[in-house]
Design a binder for this molecule. Sequence first.
Ligand code: ASP
Length: 297
Amino acid sequence: MEWAVITTWEMSLKGCGITAEALRHQENLDEAVMKGINDVEDNPEYHSVGFGGGPDREGHVRCDGGFMDGDTLHFGAVGSMEGFRSAVRVAHGLVKGDANNFLVGPGAEKFAAEHGFERRDNLTEESKKSWEEEVEKRKKPLSAYDGHDTVCFLGMQNGRCVAATSTSGLFMKEPGRVGDTPLPGNGFYADSEIGAAAGTGMGEEIMKGALSFAAVLYMKQGYTAQEAADKAVMTLDQSLKKRNGYAQPMSLIVMDKEGNFGVGTNIEFTFCTASSQSGPTLYKAMPSEEGAVITKA
Ligand code: ASP
């Protein structure tokens, strides 16, 4: 395949198409992937990413994002950053260089301001309202998974792989909480000699198994993208259930360096793909003992 893209959740279908269109016109891979993610970040209907994202306990939308260049293994990441349009673009701005690649909070915001990244308060009237309602409801306990989903894109163009992520993290998270999304090896990983992976779900679970790195390592050992995705998620899922009696939601998208896709999940999960051989398509993956069962959605 000349190029391929795989993205998390149904909310990314339009963005997947935007990236596909850019790659079809041989645009730069990084820009093509960021354009697709921006479509999700800019949409206030999606309450887990960018504009209209879920506020933290203090009512602030603080975002995480990451980007990795599979050729150099250089990465950039931001955590708990407030007041900017696109976490993935600021993360991408940190990719160059061998130090200061991962900035959080005020440091990330200072970098973004100094480098002219577009500002935006991601708190919308609607996200403020849901926060206010939640503050009321908080008088009773709430499941930690309520109200989040990360947009992840894996792209391949002529053998070069990248991984990119963006999220507002857990709704009502503690101020300063950073999930797996900006952590290389956990929320994303790309190595053009092997392939790439990215995760969505409960960040604190994904970090226990360094899921994205695990999947890439399985591919290095000879597993296909689908086998690697299943093996990474199922191994961690079973290990957590054995130790703790339960495992929280985790889903992983994987792509090998040829552009073949794989998905692993322990919950119902939707994802989208497009490539030089097929148009943007939405799929559903269901967990099973043998691995993810994938159907067109
Ligand atoms: N992984 C994200 C986090 O923990 C949330 C999600 O993807 O659902 O912040």
